[in-house]
Design a protein around this ligand. Structure first.
Ligand code: PLP
Length: 245
């Protein structure tokens, strides 16, 4: 487990300042960009501290760890149950889809139809459809997850047809880049894809989310039209993967 350093309130404030400044520079409203707090390797108490400071959307990468956190909040902070929003953002194996479909509000890393079909079938009847983003392999890295841009239209059609899911948009994780232009190119490409889907499918009125930008590139992502930044280290601090993963 990672250790939460003191000063979370100051880091949240600084982060909100960064997002606001990036929005202003891009002539966008601050409320157009959601802040997702990525808590992997940090424990429930770290997330609770963030929730008590007003953060509402949490992102988790590992099924077991993430589900345990959702359950912890249900048991220990029922006052926050309605207010919190849980996003699954990591790679998801077929044998882990059920607990995620039963607990999370969003899955951002959908890139295989088999996984989408299982999430749809396993979403409990009493819950709203599971919001999903399709992850796109925007810079064509061979080892990376994500749907290839060429395969995206057909893949999106298939996901949109699944009754237990609500297709909300796209997610990308560009490879880290040193210079500003290299950082922006894949973000720009992702935005172009997102806009192309929106023009091709005006009937998809819920297709409104472009999840991109992390601690190191949130300014570039907001400039390129991100509607959700996923922030881990700038918020919670350095991660210690230790023996747990
Ligand atoms: C860990 C992670 C993040 C947060 O990264 P930071 O650089 O710590 O802000 C965002 N998105 C995904 C998919 C992640 O796995």
């Amino acid at each position: 487990m990672s250790i939460l350093e003191p000063g979370l309130d100051g880091r949240i404030e600084a982060l909100q300042g960064r997002i606001a400044a990036a929005c202003e520079k891009a002539a966008r409203r601050t409320d157009e960009v959601k802040l997702l707090a990525v808590g992997k390797t940090f424990d429930e108490r770290a997330l609770e501290a963030a929730a008590d400071l007003g953060l509402r959307a949490f992102g988790e990468n590992y099924a077991q760890e993430g589900c345990a956190k959702v359950d912890w909040f249900r048991a220990n902070r029922p006052d926050l149950a309605e207010a919190l929003e849980w996003h699954f953002i990591g790679p998801l194996q077929a044998n882990k889809t059920r607990p995620v479909a039963e607990r999370f509000d969003w899955v951002e890393s959908v890139d295989r139809l088999r996984i989408a079909e299982r999430l749809s079938a396993q979403r409990p009847e009493g819950l709203a459809p599971l919001n999903v983003l399709v992850e796109v392999n925007i810079d064509g890295e061979a080892t990376k997850s994500g749907v290839a841009p060429e395969a995206l239209p057909e893949f999106l059609d298939a996901v949109a047809a699944l009754p237990g899911l609500k297709l909300r948009g796209l997610m990308v994780i560009p490879a880290p880049a040193d210079d500003a232009e290299a950082q922006r190119a894949p973000l720009r490409a992702a935005r172009a894809l997102f806009e192309a889907v929106r023009s091709a499918h005006p009937e998809w009125t819920d297709f409104d989310t472009l999840s991109m930008g992390m601690s190191a590139d949130l300014e570039a992502a907001v400039a390129e039209g991100s509607t959700e930044v996923r922030i881990g280290s700038a918020l919670f601090g350095r991660r210690d993967y230790g023996a747990r993963h």
